[in-house]
Design a protein around this ligand. Structure first.
Ligand code: V0D
Length: 263
């Protein structure tokens, strides 16, 4: 039975896929990958399951992709887990979503520590339930001395509001004489954003066929390569990540050569 399966897999080409995955590290790996994890509700609907079942499956996918990113030597993985718009969803669904960080960390934190992952969070955390922030804060503290993959969750995050908050902070520092207005430039402004300790994303992935940014990292994505796929987030796996990174590598190779998109 096992041999039959192996034979079938070989015919399907999954062995050559494994080779493709191994080939990735021979070319530049994006240092920072940001993902808009869309399509969990649609995944559930296709199976006549409640939306929350899709969110739960999406959570398992977060674990899978974190592991793969870490294996590839990605430095930072930023995941859009909850946007400021998501509060408009049914109360029950929001309550379910808010329990996912606790469940995720309850299950996977020991493995993340084992794998040297650093958990981080960005967003307006004040509005989140205290149990949610408590679980994430604990995870951040317990992983702060790790120096492997930075797993950065965007929770109650909105990019325009992040930019406005930064602007107010800059203004305050100018008023207090901490900063001279002539010093303000892109680098200085970046240091006021929630991503101040991170490099800008090299690759943005959005799943589930939507081709927009939905208020995600507007400033930080200025020079980022975009990869959009119709695959739903719970179905996003090793092959899809490979495809996204291959697309990125194909593009950065072109730029590295002639500084031109034609050739
Ligand atoms: C649902 C697909 C992991 C997107 C992924 C509160 C929607 C699964 C977390 C998580 C969510 C967050 C912080 C943390 C550890 C885990 C998560 C939310 C939604 C929103 F420290 N998955 N996940 N958080 N989904």
């Amino acid at each position: 039975m096992l041999n039959k399966l192996k034979q079938w897999k070989r015919q399907q080409g999954s062995d050559s896929f494994e080779e493709r995955f191994q080939e990735l590290v021979k070319h530049p790996i994006p240092g920072h990958i940001a993902i808009i994890m869309d399509g969990n509700g649609r995944w559930a609907k296709k199976r006549a399951l409640p939306r929350v079942a899709g969110h739960h499956e999406g959570m398992k996918c977060v674990r899978r992709i974190t592991k793969l990113a870490n294996e590839l030597g990605v430095e930072t993985l930023t995941l859009y887990a909850f946007s400021t718009e998501n509060w408009k969803r049914p109360k029950m669904e929001v309550e379910f979503l808010m329990k996912l960080p606790e469940e995720f960390l309850g299950t996977f934190l020991p493995e993340l520590i084992e794998e040297n992952v650093q958990v981080r969070m960005m967003g307006s955390t004040g509005a989140l339930p205290s149990n949610t922030t408590k679980a994430v804060t604990k995870a951040m503290e317990e992983t702060r001395h790790n120096d492997g993959l930075i797993l950065n969750f965007a929770l109650n995050y909105g990019s325009r509001s992040e930019i406005i908050d930064s602007m107010k902070h800059v203004l305050k520092d100018v008023q207090n004489g901490i900063l001279d207005e002539n010093q303000i430039n892109e680098e200085v402004f970046s240091s006021y954003l929630m991503t101040k300790d991170l490099k800008d994303p090299d690759l943005l992935i959005r799943t589930s066929g939507e081709i927009r940014l939905s208020n995600f990292m507007l400033w930080q994505l200025a020079y980022t390569e975009f990869f959009f796929t119709d695959v739903l987030w719970p179905d996003f796996g090793k092959e899809q990540l490979t495809e996204a990174i291959e697309a990125y590598q194909g593009r950065s190779r072109r730029f590295g050569g002639l500084q031109s998109e034609e050739s």
